[in-house]
Design a binder for this molecule. Structure first.
Ligand code: ZN
Length: 368
């Protein structure tokens, strides 16, 4: 594996090589996209539909666009149309989402389920998957919306650019006005959470939060929602802001190694995503505030100087709340003190650079 950030075309896999051809044929037979993706971690030299790595299953065409990037298109799409991205492994050690995506792909290739909407499946970061780490050099989920352009060459820079182009081609392929776009970016969290599963709803600007989407999240087993408070470089924000996709970053519990996930814990998520791509009735309940823990952002605790001290334990669960008047951090000439009832901390991390966010502060909210 290359660490020196000088990825060249020689590192990419020639799809005409004997090794790749055999592995690809094996994938067509077994549907094991995890193995294929891990075997050719850097990427393919020939990408997109021009590489002709396509085959048919019952009434659908399956195309491998690149390592970990699989497009499924129904042949007969007279239904009201949806374009759906289901992504996983943007952080390589977050295995449960990768296994969820694998499960749905296995069911499609085994013709157990019938895809009715164009769907792009993504296993985002094969290099990090292989080293069982969140990332190699840079956090991939901060590099979207072109932010990869601002960093030095590394695998994540390369991969973010490629993933953006596949997602952009995917959503742009069908721009008819009756197509609705969706993107569910599945993650697991580093730390434990007071609420095991939660989703971040990307900042919508003037657009209202979509209650039907919240009901969909609840049906997936995710009833804690954090409303985004500004533009970011996350993958879900990229699809939301650029392609008007209904999008979420979904946190499904704690990180575990491959094979150690209790997949029963993700059954609702797998079933509802399957129902969505198969155009089955989603059986959603009407939105009701009482069914949710909704949070809005209050602001960041930012590390300003080397004197910064964060009084939130590194092991503190996400959504831990503090009484009003609790000092949570001090820095040169300033401190952060809680002021709101139910004020809670998310993603605390004292080990950040000066000028970076050390924690996000949130408060409970409801939708009218
Ligand atoms: Zn993640």
């Amino acid at each position: 594996m290359k660490n020196d950030n000088t990825l060249t075309s020689q590192d990419l896999t020639d799809i005409n090589s004997e090794e790749f051809s055999q592995a690809y044929q094996q994938f067509v037979k077994t549907a094991d996209l995890i193995s294929l993706t891990r075997q050719f971690e850097q990427g393919l030299a020939q990408t997109g539909r021009d590489n002709q790595l396509s085959f048919n299953v019952k009434e659908a065409k399956v195309s491998l666009l690149d390592t970990g990037i699989l497009l499924v298109e129904p042949e007969n799409s007279e239904q009201p149309s949806k374009s759906i991205v289901i992504s996983s492994g943007i952080h390589g050690n977050e295995t449960a989402p990768i296994e969820i995506v694998q499960q749905i792909i296995s069911d499609i290739l085994a013709e157990k389920i019938q895809v009715k909407h164009r769907t792009l499946f993504i296993m985002g970061h094969p290099v990090a998957m292989n080293i069982a780490k969140r990332f190699q050099t840079e956090n991939l989920n901060r590099l979207f919306c072109g932010k990869y352009k601002d960093i030095a060459p590394c695998y994540e820079k390369f991969r973010a650019e490629r993933i953006e182009s596949y997602v952009s081609d995917f959503f742009n392929a069908d721009k008819s006005s009756d197509v609705t776009n969706y993107h569910y970016d599945l993650h697991t969290a580093i730390r434990s959470s007071k609420y095991e599963k939660f989703a971040i709803y990307p900042y919508q600007g003037d657009k209202p939060w979509d209650k039907e989407q919240l009901s969909f999240m609840a049906a997936c087993g995710v009833n804690t929602i954090l409303f985004g408070h500004g533009p970011t470089g996350t993958f879900s924000y990229y699809s939301s802001a650029n392609f008007k996709a209904h999008a979420f970053t979904v946190e499904l519990g704690k990180v575990r190694p491959f094979g150690e996930n209790d997949m029963a814990n993700f059954q609702a998520m797998t079933e509802k995503l399957t129902a969505l791509v198969c155009d089955e009735d989603l059986l959603l309940k009407d939105f009701d505030n009482d069914d949710f823990n909704l949070f809005e952002a209050l602001g960041d605790i930012t590390k300003v100087s080397d004197n910064f001290k964060l009084f939130v334990d590194d092991a503190a669960s996400n959504f831990t709340d503090y009484p009003v008047g609790t000092v949570l951090s001090t820095d040169t000439g300033e401190e952060y003190c809680t002021t709101q009832l139910g004020e809670s901390v998310v993603f605390p991390n004292a080990n950040v650079g000066n000028g970076q966010r050390a924690a996000l502060m949130v408060v409970p909210t409801t939708l009218s």
